[in-house]
Design a protein around this ligand. Structure first.
Ligand SMILES: [Zn+2]
Length: 140
């Protein structure tokens, strides 16, 4: 019988003749990987599936209100790591916002027609259309 290579563990396995296009062997971790990939793809392309999952999670949280509070109390290292990661994300976000603020004068140029005039030094060096630094002079 023809053997196939498992898409998760890479091991060879004899496919079940009843399963069409079988790509995973029967090992528990390979079946988990197959299911988890299916769920991720389903969530990505099926808004109803996604909404249902969110509803289920919300209902579960309201039935188990202190679960995550207790979990965090049992896993202080995770909590500390997450706090640091979140802090670094906040700092990075802030510096990106600051960069965008610094660029704002560029995007504040009024729409209209302009002369592109090379900067003086480049004007003297070469009358070159590919000059990198230019002044914008509004056509009136
Ligand atoms: Zn496998």
């Amino acid at each position: 019988m023809r053997k196939l290579r498992c898409a998760h563990c890479g091991g060879r396995f004899a496919p079940d003749p009843r399963v069409k296009n079988q790509r995973y062997c029967g090992k528990i971790e390979c079946q988990r990987a197959r299911k988890s990939l299916w769920q991720r793809q389903k969530l990505a392309k099926d808004p109803d599936y996604q909404a249902n999952k969110l509803d289920c999670q919300k209902a579960w949280r309201s039935r188990n209100p202190s679960y995550w509070k207790n979990w965090r109390a049992r896993h202080p290292k995770y909590v500390e790591r997450n706090r640091m990661l979140q802090k670094s994300r906040r700092i990075r976000h802030r510096s990106e916002v600051a960069k965008m603020d610094a660029l704002r004068p560029l995007s504040a140029i009024k729409t209209g027609s302009y002369y592109l005039v090379p900067e003086r030094s480049q004007l003297l060096a070469k009358m070159d259309a590919s000059a990198q630094k230019v002044r914008l002079i509004l056509m009136t």
